[in-house]
Design a protein around this ligand. Structure first.
Ligand code: GLV
Ligand code: MN
Ligand code: MN
Length: 428
């Protein structure tokens, strides 16, 4: 198959990133775009508008996963998927996820400009709520697409204000039966996600493209501590059952568990602490912690989770404070498909770009798309390896190279109209 040489219009992509960054609830350069807020819906409108301008057919599912399809000459065949997310955690940057959405759109535009006509349809997916900020669970949209999150489990989800997912998504305009979210097996022949590395390796080694081999295994738990409140001045120290003091010990135990029970790849973070009633002159009676634990190896990850749970029990018993542990997720790692990795590698070769295999320590929608189709990821460098902060940054040239690789990989996976059968690569 003769592969196209797509020309990337990086000015248009950077303008799209700039415009998207303005759909935010934070002061620039920070970005906050939580799922189903006005900012999120404004960002989605921008993307849907750009997809329509590109001649893609757009549809949304009952939770807002958005699909923009470029029909191939064989629409009867499973499509090749690409895409990422646009939701952004509080006070973060403008490149996480968005590069994979606007980059996929530009890859499609570049292939179109080049006169390429795919055999399989190519479908851009904007996944709902990759970030766990609102509902406590990461990759909500892709998790539901592959059936790892059932309609019953979706119905049980509550946001930080106690509002149900069902209520909030309806208010945002996404109605329809939750049972219709799950995709059929075989809906996609392959899936490729472009993303910033969110780590320092590519920049440090001066390599423009990372080819992900596997995505590390993430787990998360919520711990609700219940002690006894009271007047901060009137209740003497002996016999206090301060929920925040117990939680504070637990935060340090989380760090200690990763260091003493994990391996070199174990990480554990307490990123959320909510204190009730949250008044300086009131003893905290209820505290909720959200704890994120990851490793490249499932066994090591679970060892750290178990150590954290033991520490919580011990602290609760000693302090006379009740601790309720709620597992939010415990996902296995995902291996990236050799066929998709090969399509990415040969795109790098054709473009004369160096690449290296690498592990993704962050999770991505690709973690769940890998359950539906052979999946791969393209990483590009980001400055200082910084992510989930306003300083997050990737150079236009780096983004352009990622998009060119994505475009060529998509062309290879989708196959060209009129190519001999079997000339598309890595598709089932
Ligand atoms: C995704 O944002 C992650 O937390 O890995
Ligand atoms: Mn993120
Ligand atoms: Mn992301």
């Amino acid at each position: 198959m003769t592969l196209p040489r797509p020309e990337v219009d990086i000015g248009r992509v950077m303008a799209g990133l700039e415009a998207l960054a303005r759909a935010s609830d934070a002061e620039p350069p920070a970005v906050t775009r939580i799922v189903y807020t006005v900012a999120d819906l404004a960002g989605r409108d921008q993307i849907k508008g750009l997809c329509a301008d590109t001649g893609l057919a757009v549809r949304e599912d009952p939770i807002g996963n958005t699909f923009a399809r470029w029909d191939g000459s064989r629409p009867d065949l499973p499509a090749v998927g690409t895409g990422s997310h646009i939701d952004a955690i509080p006070h973060s940057g403008r490149f996480d996820g968005t590069v994979g959405v606007l980059g996929a759109l530009e890859a499609i535009r570049a292939l179109k400009r080049d006169g390429f006509r795919p055999e399989r349809s190519i479908e851009l997916i904007l996944f709902t709520a990759e970030e766990p900020t609102r509902f406590g669970i990461g990759c909500l949209g892709s998790r539901a697409l592959c059936g790892a999150l059932t309609p019953e489990a979706m119905t049980a989800l509550r946001d930080n204000d106690g509002r149900s997912l069902d209520e909030v998504r309806r208010d945002a305009g996404f109605t329809g039966d939750l049972a219709d979210v799950r995709l059929r097996e075989g809906s996609y022949a392959a899936f490729v996600e472009l993303h910033i590395e969110q780590g320092p390796i590519l920049e440090r080694e001066g390599i423009p493209i990372g080819i992900v081999t596997a995505i590390a295994a993430p787990a998360a738990i919520r711990v609700t501590w219940e002690g006894e409140g009271g007047h901060a001045g009137a209740v003497l120290m002996p016999g206090r059952r301060d929920a925040l003091c117990a939680a504070a010990e637990a935060v340090l135990a989380v760090e200690a568990a990763a260091l003493s029970h994990g391996g070199a790849d174990s990480v554990a973070t307490t990123g959320v602490c909510r204190v009730h009633p949250g008044a300086i002159n009131s003893i905290p009676d209820r505290v909720s912690l959200e704890i994120d634990i990851r490793d490249t190896g499932l066994g090591t990850r679970d060892r750290v989770v178990a150590a954290v749970r033991r520490a919580i029990d011990e602290i609760a018993g000693r302090r006379g404070v009740r601790a309720r542990v709620e597992p939010l997720n415990a996902d296995p790692p995902a291996a990236m498909a050799a066929t998709v990795r090969e399509a990415i590698r040969s795109a790098c070769d054709a473009l004369g770009l160096a690449s290296r295999p690498m592990i993704s320590r962050a999770y991505h929608d690709a973690l769940f798309m890998a359950r539906l189709a052979p999946t791969g990821m393209i990483f590009i460098p980001c400055r200082g390896g910084i992510s989930h902060r306003p300083e997050e940054s990737s150079e236009p040239g780096e983004i352009a190279r990622g998009i060119a690789v994505l475009a060529m990989a998509l062309a290879r996976l989708a196959g060209a109209e009129g190519a001999r059968p079997g000339q598309s690569i890595g598709c089932r």
